[in-house]
Design a protein around this ligand. Structure first.
Ligand code: CTP
Length: 399
C-alpha cells in the first residue's frame, strides 16, 4: 500500500461516513489518497473532513472559479494507481455504466484509464432492481472489480443485501490488488493475438473475425502484474497496451517467424491468436477478375502450425494454447493439448451466441497437463485473463 496513489471516490449514500474511516486506514498504511465526491456526497460528509484526513485537496465541484488549482489535483487523481468507489450508489453506478459525466465523480471515472474497484451500498430493492443489475453486469464486462455488499440491517430499516462490505474486506481487497500487481515480476511472457490475413491478390485476403480482445487483455493484465510482455499481433483495431514490446504482423508465416524468434527468450507463451490454417498456394500479382459465369476455385495449402513448431524447440517454457471449437469442446481441446504438447489449453465454444469472437466476454474451459477440466461461467475477457495469469503465476512459483 505504501506510496500507492489511490483516487477514492465517494458517492451520496449513508455509507459515505464509512469512506471517512476507510480513508484513514489507507493513509495510515502509507497510501497517497485523493478524494473525489459525487454531486450530493457533501450531504453526508463534508469535503473539509476528507481534505483534512487525506492531506490533499478534494475534488467536489465540477465548476469552480479556482480552475487552475483544481485542474492540477484532477490530473493527479486521473494518474492514480487505482480508482476506488466507496460507497457506490445506484445513481453513480448508472452514470458509470452509461458514460454520463455531470459531477466530479462521474467525470473522473470517464477520464480515468487505470483499474477501478467499486463497493456498492444501497437499499435492498434498489440492489435487486434489474436496471441496477444490468448496469453492474455492464461494468463487470468492462473489467471493473466489485466488492459486493453484504446482507444485514440497512439504513432504511429493512434487512437484506445492500449494506456496504465490511471495511476490513474492502481494505484487504485493495491490498490484494496491489500485491497481485507484482506477482508476475521477472517473468517474460510472449502473447499472440488477433487474426491473421492470408492474401489472395492485391485487394483480397482470407481471415477470420477475431478481434484480438482476449490476447490484448492478457498482455495488458500481465504487464500490469509486473511481467515483461511481448505481444505479437495480427491486424486488429485495438491500441497496443502501454509498456509491452509490440510486434505487428499480417500472415500466419510472419506470425510464425516472430514467435520462433521470441520464444527461446521467454518463460511463457500464450497463443491466443486465431491463426489462419490455410493460405493461397499462389499469390496473384493482379486483381482476380470476376468471371462472367462459373465459380472461382482457390487452391489453398496449409500454413505451418505455430504451436507444433514451438513444441519442437520447447525447453522449460510454460505453453498455453487456445481451442476454438464448434462441437465436442472438451474432446477436441484435449487432442490439441496432447498433440501440441501444451501445459494448458483454454477452450471455448465459438458457436455459442454472444460470446467469443468480437465480444467483451467469453465462457471458457481450462484443461491442464494432468487433463483436469475446469469450466468457468461467462465472464469478461479481462477476468478470464486474470484467472489464466493466476495459473501462470502459481506454476512459476511452483505451487
Ligand atoms: N494455432 C497455431 N498455428 C496454426 C493454427 C492454430 O499455433 N496454424 C494455435 C492457435 O493459436 C491455438 C491453437 O493452435 O492456440 C488451436 O487453434 P484452433 O484454431 O482451435 O485449432 P487448430 O489447431 O487450427 O485445429 P482445427 O482448426 O482443426 O480445430
Amino acid at each position: 500500500m505504501k506510496n500507492k496513489k489511490i483516487a477514492l471516490a465517494v458517492s451520496a449514500g449513508i455509507a459515505a461516513y464509512k469512506a471517512v474511516e476507510l480513508l484513514r486506514m489507507l493513509v495510515k498504511e502509507g497510501a497517497e489518497v485523493r478524494v473525489t465526491m459525487s454531486a450530493n456526497a457533501g450531504q453526508f460528509v463534508t469535503p473539509l473532513t476528507l481534505e483534512a484526513l487525506s492531506g490533499n485537496p478534494v475534488y467536489h465541484q465540477l465548476f469552480n472559479s479556482q480552475n487552475s488549482a483544481d485542474m492540477e489535483h484532477i490530473r493527479v487523481a486521473e494518474n492514480a494507481d487505482l480508482m476506488l468507489v466507496v460507497p457506490a450508489t445506484a445513481s453513480t453506478l448508472g452514470k458509470m455504466a452509461n458514460g454520463l459525466a455531470d459531477d466530479p465523480l462521474s467525470s473522473l471515472y470517464l477520464a480515468f484509464k487505470g483499474p477501478v474497484m467499486v463497493a456498492p451500498a444501497m437499499n435492498e430493492g434498489m440492489w435487486k432492481n434489474l436496471a441496477v443489475q444490468e448496469n453492474i453486469a455492464k461494468l463487470k464486462a468492462r473489467g471493473i472489480e466489485f466488492i459486493d455488499p453484504e446482507e444485514g440491517a440497512l439504513a432504511c430499516g429493512t434487512t437484506g443485501p445492500g449494506r456496504l462490505a465490511n471495511l476490513d474486506t474492502i481494505f484487504a481487497r485493495v491490498n490484494g490488488h496491489f500485491e497481485k500487481l507484482q506477482d508476475l515480476q521477472g517473468l517474460r511472457i510472449l502473447v499472440t493475438a488477433g487474426p491473421t490475413q492470408e492474401p489472395l491478390d492485391p485487394v483480397r485476403f482470407l481471415s477470420n473475425p477475431s478481434s484480438g480482445k482476449m490476447g490484448y487483455a492478457i498482455a495488458d493484465q500481465a504487464k500490469a502484474r509486473g511481467a515483461e510482455v511481448t505481444l505479437v499481433s495480427g491486424p486488429t483495431f485495438l491500441d497496443p497496451p502501454k509498456g509491452v514490446h509490440f510486434k505487428p504482423c499480417k500472415t500466419a508465416a510472419e506470425m510464425n517467424s516472430l514467435v520462433q524468434q521470441c520464444f527461446p527468450e521467454c518463460d511463457v507463451l500464450v497463443m491466443s491468436a486465431a491463426v489462419g490454417d490455410f493460405t493461397a498456394q499462389k499469390l496473384e500479382k493482379e486483381k482476380i477478375k470476376k468471371h462472367s459465369e462459373g465459380a472461382l476455385t482457390l487452391n489453398l495449402v496449409p500454413t505451418k502450425d505455430i504451436l507444433m513448431e514451438v513444441s519442437k524447440i520447447k525447453t522449460q517454457q510454460f505453453v498455453v494454447g487456445f481451442a476454438a471449437e464448434t462441437q465436442n469442446l472438451v474432446q477436441s481441446a484435449l487432442e490439441k493439448l496432447r498433440n501440441k504438447k501444451l501445459d494448458l489449453i483454454v477452450a471455448n465454444d465459438i458457436s455459442a451466441p454472444g460470446i467469443g469472437f468480437q465480444s467483451d466476454s467469453n465462457q471458457v474451459t481450462f484443461i491442464d497437463s494432468d487433463e483436469k477440466v475446469e469450466s468457468l461461467p461467462r465472464m469478461s475477457k479481462i477476468e478470464i485473463a486474470n484467472i489464466l495469469l493466476d495459473k501462470i503465476a502459481s506454476n512459476a512459483s511452483g505451487k
